[in-house]
Ligand binder design. Structure first.
Ligand code: WT7
Length: 645
């Protein structure tokens, strides 16, 4: 397809209607689901819950004492039972649950029966180490089936898991273990990354030097690297599995029992442990997964996220497996060994549903269409995106070169805290507009409001909020109810604030504009400015630091840091690299600033608050906004001149 055609499409500002053929086979074909859910929201969610297997039915759909919710009160169930056991009765027993593709092209298929065996055995391993219902388990693993097995094994015995993304540093891991007071850590001898090995076990050892709660470390063998095993504490996964019994009955969990904690960055230096419970979460993720991706029994579904993020929890593990789907799990990166790696995988497994991130799509755009064009992508039928606003150019490119103009694109807006997708099209029903996540899911009440919490008229913008509780909502911040109340419900009573800005158009379509708080979205990953700043001031040369998100062609946003050095410290060759490396060491490579600027002073208000807005203006070369509240107006002028040099 020629460049001109692409430009033509962009100019048209087109609406994409569902194709007749797609519509005729779609999971949801009738718009009345929206009206039904609108007129009886709790009835809608009550009916949705019947899709799960319950040991005991719930008595009441919702108990709401703002901002604390209980969903499916009195109901008993087990997440691993819903993801595995109930599929074993019929032919799904032999269906592929997880198709694993290793970085090096090695492949492994786990049927639902295989998964049952592995999860049960590992649940018994955890039990043998004294893990009981309610104990926390930290998981720090690569994208290998053992990550899903470990999560489901925890769910089986009622031990909440806390998965820490394998790209996080030893210090970040330590803080998360300590906050959760985890009893067991599950890691591996290493993880493959573009042909080299990331030493996960070594990071774990460093972390554990400052984390006393961990009694045992279970180590999965993945890379074969030499690792230190501490006598009495560290155990090999494969050795433990050999001895484990095959049956482990699922614990009967209350709908409101904690399923997992997942840490996410906020506006302070300390990440928040977002708490999700069992019943509402499972109803939310399984319903949205089926409806939004139009899941069919024979689909091959691939979500390219890492299990270390909420996308991996909800849409690699719990949602798809609860639906009995076949899930592709890929260990590596899009460019190893070659830039057609994703398309090679689509071709190899005949993937039908692909769920990825705008940053990946922009990367593919940069590489050019020859890579997808060299592969057979005719199996694809639904495409999805998540993580940040997708620019219309990237949307059209995805639609044209990956979907070959056949596949609807579901742009899904949600958050770690929402647990489930909150806004997205239903692909057989909803007209698509490139760049808009379209409309809220049935039974979800999202609005755009002004400073006073009043809804803004169509055609205008404001703060994105959720007006009513939803089943997969976070229940609290682990160990910190106050922070939960303050952060999410503190602006307007009874209204959940997302931290995002958005507008809605004349058709009632939502356009998410991005964060309005001090959070940076780098490649769809959330990084708190305060976290990066505290990592920088931790370096002996730094007195003060201010970070901002700067627009970036591929990553969406990149971290830029303005740094004041300590009295008597001179800038020197290599200091910028040293500071960048320091941030990577403290947090992880994902937080490494792209740019670091030294400045004698930072622009501050009279009360001492750093004016990040002005720093953003400077970094993006814009005219300076309102500077009247600055304590010393000359600071930004000097800074601007220095920056331009
Ligand atoms: C933030 C949540 C939800 C899984 C991935 C990120 C941004 C997410 C979209 C989208 C525009 C989006 C928002 C949100 N975001 N999806 N489709 N369109 N923005 O999870 O780390 O909790 O981040 O990601 O800013 O608040 P997260």
């Amino acid at each position: 397809m020629g460049e001109e055609r692409l430009e033509g499409l962009l100019e048209e500002n087109r609406v994409f209607k569902p194709g007749a053929e797609f519509q005729a086979q779609a999971a949801v074909q009738e718009g009345k689901v929206y009206e039904e859910a609108e007129s009886d929201r709790l009835g809608f969610w009550g009916k949705a819950a019947e899709r799960l297997s319950w040991f005991r039915p719930w008595e009441k759909v919702l108990e709401w004492e703002p901002p604390f919710a209980q969903w499916y009160v009195g109901g008993k169930l087990n997440a691993s039972y819903n993801c595995i056991d109930r599929h074993l009765a019929g032919w799904r027993r032999n269906k592929a649950a997880i198709i694993f593709e290793g970085e090096h092209g090695d492949s492994r298929v786990l049927t639902y029966q295989n998964l049952y065996r592995e999860v049960n055995k590992f649940a018994n391993v955890l039990k043998s180490l004294g893990v009981e219902k309610g104990d926390r388990v930290t998981i720090y693993l690569p994208m290998i089936p053992e990550a899903a097995i470990a999560m489901l094994a925890c769910a089986r015995i009622g031990a909440p898991h806390s998965v820490v993304f394998g790209g996080f540093s030893a210090e970040a891991l330590r803080d998360r273990i300590n906050d959760a007071q985890a009893k067991v850590l599950i890691t591996s001898d290493g993880s493959f990354r573009r042909g080299s090995v990331v030493p996960l076990k070594e990071n774990a050892d460093t972390a554990l030097a400052g984390a006393g709660s961990v009694e045992h470390v279970i180590v999965v063998q993945r890379t074969g690297s030499e690792v230190h095993m501490q006598e009495g504490r560290d155990l090999w996964y494969h050795e433990q599995m050999q001895k484990a019994a095959v049956e482990c009955p699922p614990e009967e969990m209350d709908a409101e029992d904690m399923l997992f904690i997942l840490y996410t960055s906020g506006t302070t230096g300390k990440p928040k442990g977002v708490v999700h419970t069992t019943g509402g979460y499972m109803v939310g993720v399984s319903t949205t997964h089926e409806w939004i991706f139009d899941l069919k029994e024979e689909d091959v579904y691939w979500c390219t996220a890492d299990v270390g993020w909420i996308t991996g929890h909800s849409y690699i593990v719990y949602g798809p497996l609860a639906n009995g789907a076949t899930v592709v799990m890929y260990e590596g990166t899009p460019d190893y060994p070659a830039k057609d790696r994703f398309w090679e995988i689509v071709e190899k497994y005949r993937v039908t549903i692909l769920y990825t991130a705008p940053t990946a799509i922009r990367t593919f755009m940069k590489w050019g269409p020859s890579y997808p064009e060299s592969r057979d992508l005719s199996s694809l039928r639904v495409l999805g995106t998540v993580g940040e606003p997708i620019n219309p150019e990237a949307w059209i490119w995805y639609h044209t070169y990956i979907g070959r103009e056949r596949c609807p694109i579901v742009d899904t807006w949600w958050q770690t805290e929402t647990g489930m997708i909150m806004m997205a099209p239903l692909p057989g029903l909803t007209d698509l507009k490139p760049g808009s996540c379209t409309v809220p899911f049935p039974g979800v009440k999202v609005e755009v409001v002004d400073h006073d919490g009043q809804p803004v008229p169509k055609g205008s913008g404001g703060y994105l909020v959720v007006r009513e509780p939803w089943p997969a909502m976070l229940r609290t911040v682990y160990g910190d109810n106050d922070r939960y109340v303050q952060t999410y419900w503190g602006n307007w009573p009874g209204i959940y604030f997302t931290g995002d800005g958005a507008k809605w158009d004349q058709d009632g379509y939502f356009w998410v504009l991005g964060r309005v708080d001090d959070v940076i979205n780098v490649s769809g990953h959330r990084i708190g400015t305060a976290e990066v700043e505290s990592a920088l001031v931790d370096h002996p040369a730094v007195a003060e630091a201010a970070c901002i998100g700067k627009n970036h062609e591929v990553k969406g946003q990149a971290v830029a840091a303005f740094v004041t050095l300590k009295e008597g410290v001179e800038t020197r060759n290599g200091l910028v690299d040293e500071l960048k490396a320091h941030v990577a060491k403290k947090i992880g490579a994902l937080a490494r600033p792209d740019d670091i600027f030294f400045t004698a002073e930072l622009p501050k208000t009279r009360s001492g608050k750093i004016m990040r807005r002005l720093l953003r203006d400077i970094a993006e070369g814009r005219a300076l906004g309102d500077t009247t509240t600055l304590a010393d107006a000359s600071v930004v002028q000097t800074l601007k001149e220095q920056y331009q040099e």
